[in-house]
Design a protein around this ligand. Structure first.
Ligand SMILES: Cc1cc2nc3c(=O)[nH]c(=O)nc-3n(C[C@H](O)[C@H](O)[C@H](O)COP(=O)(O)O)c2cc1C
Length: 458
């Protein structure tokens, strides 16, 4: 997904919430193993071109073979030595992630979809209900109970008595009426459909539900509970009732299944991305272009952003000025700060001095800052102007909202005004994930040029 690529490339300049873990001792074999597990423990080559393979811990061997086979260790092997017990460096983590994401290696899990999901369920005796509630909660989805117009009594449900439920299951044309409808069905891309197994099949009221809507193009994922039967053909038998839908394989759960078991199942599903995110990412990336010769990316705003940068979190005073100037002298052209870092003045000073001393133009250097939730986003014009004043660089190349906040749309709209008057060149977000993006993007006219999120194996 292109947005991850942007995040990764922004990563060397990103401390997000300030927890990159730079000082945590993690060995190289541990880091590779974490990444391999994240990738779903994919198949690995039988051998690896690594001279000190025998010194690698047994539990890490498969991961290292996989990483070497997929060029994920590019630049990390000296004379083919992996040096498994040495601590991994921050740059090596970035390099490993970069090669992993570029390698297209199998098993990289798709993120679960974050919006426009409906969990619809029928539950006659409340066994399926909690599972549906877990699913809705996990997915931040809407929950809809399929309620029979004529409720089932205990006698109706007594099976093998030729009671009402038995008779309905024996009659393929039975369509018990449902009380109420899903008014906004068109809004949903994904439907989780929960039901109890009745004589090996879904209750006929599920047929009523499926035939009540045009479900063409939607992804439907059945799940069921039963006393002991498996899901059997109960899910596939439903396909013809919504033949235009994209049906995923269903799953049976026992009564009393835990939330975490539901979570495991859901996280392994191959769900489509929510449309709003897909549209925004497509629109942003169709205008953006990476150039690995110049190590820059053309943003959807038309401006070029270097893809390597220095993050200045926790740098203050002279240390900050020296670090920024030294980075600029070494060829780094992107400097990332934030009001929360409390060092915009030092960053501004360092950039001005470096321009003077190194003969750089303002346009040669890309400066990012961020405004923070709470009072800053509540008074965005004032906060943005304060950033500009503290940096004192004429304009900022990019301003981000540091985290989601109740005033984030208002703050973004204020930043859009500063784009109009040329004081900010590009806009972006930080610490926004799929769910937050899905809510946020439809509310703003300028698609963010960057989503700066933390991404690392730790
Ligand atoms: C009419 C009827 C038929 C059933 N048939 C089966 C069955 O074939 N296999 C099975 O394991 N459980 C069967 N059950 C048990 C239910 O599938 C099980 O109790 C389910 O978890 C109930 O879910 P609910 O409480 O959400 O309605 C049947 C229950 C009823 C009422």
């Amino acid at each position: 997904m292109a947005v991850c690529m942007v995040c990764l490339l922004a990563m060397t300049s990103c401390y997000g919430g300030g927890t990159f873990g730079v000082n945590d001792p993690t060995t190289r074999e541990q880091a590779v193993t974490i990444l391999w597990r994240y990738a779903g423990e994919p198949e690995n080559a039988a051998t690896a071109d690594i001279s000190d393979m025998s010194s690698i811990s047994n539990w890490a061997q498969a991961a290292v073979r996989w990483a070497e086979d997929n060029d994920i260790l590019a630049g990390m092997l000296e004379n083919n030595r992996f040096d498994s017990k040495a601590n991994i460096k921050r740059g090596e983590v970035a390099s490993m992630l970069y090669h992993y994401l570029s390698s297209n290696t199998s098993g990289q899990p798709e993120p679960a979809a974050g919006g426009k999901i409906l969990v619809a369920y029928f539950s006659a005796t409340n066994t399926t209900r909690p599972l549906a509630e877990y699913a809705a909660d996990i997915l931040s989805a809407d929950l809809y109970e399929i309620v029979p117009e004529d409720p089932y009594t205990d006698a109706d449900l007594a099976y093998y008595t030729n009671g009402r439920a038995d008779r309905e299951q024996n009659d393929a044309s039975a369509r018990p009426a449902i009380s109420g409808i899903v008014e906004n069905m068109a809004d949903y891309d994904v439907i989780f459909l929960g039901y109890p197994i009745w004589h090996g099949q879904a209750p006929r009221i599920i047929s009523t539900f499926l035939e009540s809507y045009d479900l063409t193009g939607k992804t439907i994922i059945p799940f069921c509970t039963s006393h002991s039967s498996g899901i059997g053909s109960s899910d596939t038998s439903l396909h013809s009732l919504a033949s235009g839908a994209n049906w995923l394989a269903g799953r049976r759960f026992a009564g009393g299944t835990t939330r975490s078991a539901m979570e495991d199942w859901i996280s392994g599903l191959d769900l489509p991305e929510p449309e709003a995110v897909v549209d925004a990412v497509t629109s942003a990336t169709s205008k953006a272009g990476f150039n690995f010769e110049t190590k820059s990316v053309t943003l959807n705003s038309g401006y070029e952003m270097p893809i390597n940068g220095l993050g200045t979190y926790s740098l203050h005073g002279e240390t900050c000025v020296n670090a920024v100037k030294s980075a600029l002298a070494s060829g780094v052209r992107l400097i990332d700060t934030a009001t929360a870092y409390g060092n915009e003045e030092e960053v501004g000073q360092a950039v001005r001095e470096a321009m003077e001393e190194l003969g750089l133009q303002r346009e040669d250097i890309f400066v990012i800052t961020k405004i923070y939730p709470g009072s800053e986003m509540a008074n965005p014009e004032q906060s943005i102007q304060a950033c500009l004043d503290r940096l004192d660089l004429g304009y900022v190349d990019m301003m981000l909202l540091h985290h989601p906040d109740r005033n984030d749309v208002k703050a973004y709209q204020a930043m859009e005004k500063f784009v109009e008057n040329g004081k900010i060149r590009s806009l972006g977000l930080s610490n926004w994930y799929v769910k937050e993006l899905e809510e946020f993007l439809p509310q703003v006219p300028i698609t963010p040029a960057l989503v700066q999120n933390e991404i690392h194996p730790l």
